[in-house]
Design a binder for this molecule. Structure first.
Ligand SMILES: CC(C)(COP(=O)(O)OP(=O)(O)OC[C@H]1O[C@@H](n2cnc3c(N)ncnc32)[C@H](O)[C@@H]1OP(=O)(O)O)[C@@H](O)C(=O)NCCC(=O)NCCS
Length: 186
């Protein structure tokens, strides 16, 4: 009997374009309807489109993730999601590593996320922290969140290479822009 030829899928990443707004909203809001993550509005998705990376399988949209700058020492991974039928292939990790590399390039000390899937972030070297340990600025976007008064997401943080030179994590850790910036590694 002949061996069945193995079909290798092509997994790739690219920055989002306006053509991705609809697939991003469909994916994120379908998962939000199932309680897997928080919803996004068209307006914030368009405004924040340059934060997004898109994952493709054989040239077709399969997932997305965003890196939002919160302050000079903190960025946040938001809306990272993989289509249900494409999970478990490493796309989520690929996107998260891409976003972490982008955070390193920007020179921020730490990356955080609010999540229900702590195991996924744990595999990437994040640690769980108390919400109270996060800078207040982080919670600005929470004001528009439908779960503002009953947040059940876990906060996770990963220190990047600049973190040793940054103020310790805490509600008042925000340095003034342009002052006390973490030193960049050369
Ligand atoms: C979380 C999510 C993005 C992971 O995507 P994925 O492509 O399936 O993940 P990967 O295949 O890259 O998995 C990477 C690692 O994380 C682990 N992992 C993935 N999903 C996990 C989960 N739900 N719980 C625990 N661990 C998980 C994998 O086992 C793998 O571990 P390994 O290092 O031992 O191999 C995807 O399940 C998803 O879209 N979930 C719904 C949306 C969501 O919750 N997003 C997070 C919002 S902040």
């Amino acid at each position: 009997m002949e061996d069945t030829p193995q079909v290798l899928e092509q997994l790739s990443l690219r920055p989002a374009t306006v053509q991705d707004v609809e697939p991003i909203l469909d994916l994120v809001n379908d998962l939000a309807a199932d309680g897997e993550m928080l919803p996004r509005s068209p307006a914030t998705t368009i405004e924040r489109l340059r934060d997004f990376v898109v994952a493709e399988v054989d040239g077709r949209f399969a997932g997305c993730g965003a890196l939002a700058l919160v302050w000079t020492d903190m960025a946040e991974i938001r809306s990272i999601a993989v289509a249900k039928e494409q999970r478990g292939k490493g796309l989520g990790r690929k996107m998260a590593l891409f976003l972490l590399e982008e955070a390193e390039r920007l020179g921020v000390a730490r990356v955080m996320a609010f999540t229900y899937v702590t195991g996924f972030f744990d595999r990437l070297g994040f640690r769980e922290v108390d919400h109270a340990a996060l800078p207040h600025k982080v919670f600005q976007d929470c004001l528009n969140c439908p779960k503002f008064h009953r947040c059940d997401e876990v906060a996770v943080v990963k220190d990047l290479s600049c973190s040793q030179d940054a103020p310790p994590l805490g509600p008042l850790s925000l340095p003034m822009p342009g002052r006390h910036l973490p030193k960049r590694k050369t």
